[in-house]
Design a protein around this ligand. Sequence first.
Ligand code: NDP
Length: 483
Amino acid sequence: MQSIPLFIDNKTLLGSGKKFENYNPATGEVTHIVTSASPEDFEKSIESAKKGFKIWSAMSPTERGRILHKASALLREKNDELANLESQDSGKPIREALTVDVISGADCLEYYAGLAPTLHGEHFQLGSDFAYTKREPLGICAGIGAWNYPIQIACWKAAPALACGNVMIFKPAELTPLTAFKLAEVFREAGLPDGVFNVVQGDASVGQMMTAHPDIAKVSITGEVGTGKKVMAASATTLKHVTLELGGKSPILIFEDADLEEAVNGALLGNFYTQGEICSNGTRVFVHESIKEKFLEKLIQQTKSLKIGNPSNPETQIGALINETHFIKVMGYINLGKEQGAELIYGGNQIQVAGCEGGFFVEPTIFRSSDDQDKIVKEEIFGPVMTVMTFTDEEEVLSRANDTPFGLAAGVYTKDLRRAHRVVSNLQAGMCWINTYNINPVEIPFGGNKQSGIGRENGLAAIEHYSQLKTVYVAMKDLGNPF
Ligand code: NDP
């Protein structure tokens, strides 16, 4: 069986830490053996990154951009191969992986490749004296990924980090180790110097090596809120910079004048894409009382038509959950929803898929709840479970939408321009959509407020999180004796 090694110094290295099996979530079939990084291996990745940093940070931004451009083009060329690998590793439908995962990673590399040569400081004229700022890299950055969008997450972290002249050591989630390794190969092929992008495999203990290491200047993690808190606490011991992209329980507000068809489309996209395993999903759908029947009728009708199946089948729209543990968690919430009195109006069952007997598939599920305190309304499920609630008044729905420790995303459906902007300005969320949902092009910053995160990925904003300013004061006249 093929082994997935570490990738250090542009070379593969069999990790000397513990070994674990990597399997296809749709079938349960073990596909690879992965070797984790031991503390000694991790030290090698640090030494390699230090050497890589000297070379990479001294290169001109245009040279750096050229290599990132090439990597982006190579990713596009390898889209089909990598998308198949991603679908096999994560259980997501191949039709999604072919059109979103690798391409969004390539877009991100392309965007920051173009941005790299434009980064600059400022000049301050102070009489005859003057000062200027330089935007400098932080050094060695650690990237820690979640399992739902493995290659996209790796690109979203690596691209801005590398564009700013940093180097990165990346740890994919233990459950999805395959494509970060492929990305490292792509970088090597594009001409990235040794040590600029290293991949270490392993579980949370390898993540902890990263947060503890004094030579790592920054940690960017995508994961659960609880993990983000641990990462921030551990990073505080050496005062590392942190970017935290964490979970959510985001609201979608659908007003009485909304385009109903579009609102249904948004609710479907924001709940059932990637079988619901998306951080920014709008799992609390608030519908105006006056349109609830029509909305639910259309919603159920369209949900019924979603095809659950083998992720490798191009027709499949709902794939396999990542593993049994996660399946038990999702089904646990569905059962809890029923017990706590929410009305199950569609789905709620495990589905057997022919040829995928070892996988865990859950029907797209819709609850109607009249109690915002239900656990299924308050807690992140990270599966295909939507809860619909009704409201009558703008102020009321805003306070209910904001009544959560999360603040990742929110959506508003209305044709009233003023109401749309008024509502958005009162929503406590880092990413808001008006009359659409879950659209995240690389040009715009993405990230959470409240406990959904700190910092931003994508857009110009990410540059702030992967660079630091140095201010230089230049005296053009003598200071003279100050005393
Ligand atoms: P986890 O928080 O379980 O894990 C995320 C990563 O952190 C994994 O690589 C994990 O290792 C690692 N890790 C776990 N504990 C530690 C630690 N103490 N120190 C350092 N690293 C650690 O998240 P999941 O992988 O289960 O992903 C799902 C979560 O991610 C959901 O809450 C979702 O909302 C969130 N998410 C947020 C996004 C955003 O942009 N805001 C986007 C996508 C997902 P390992 O798993 O290998 O053991």
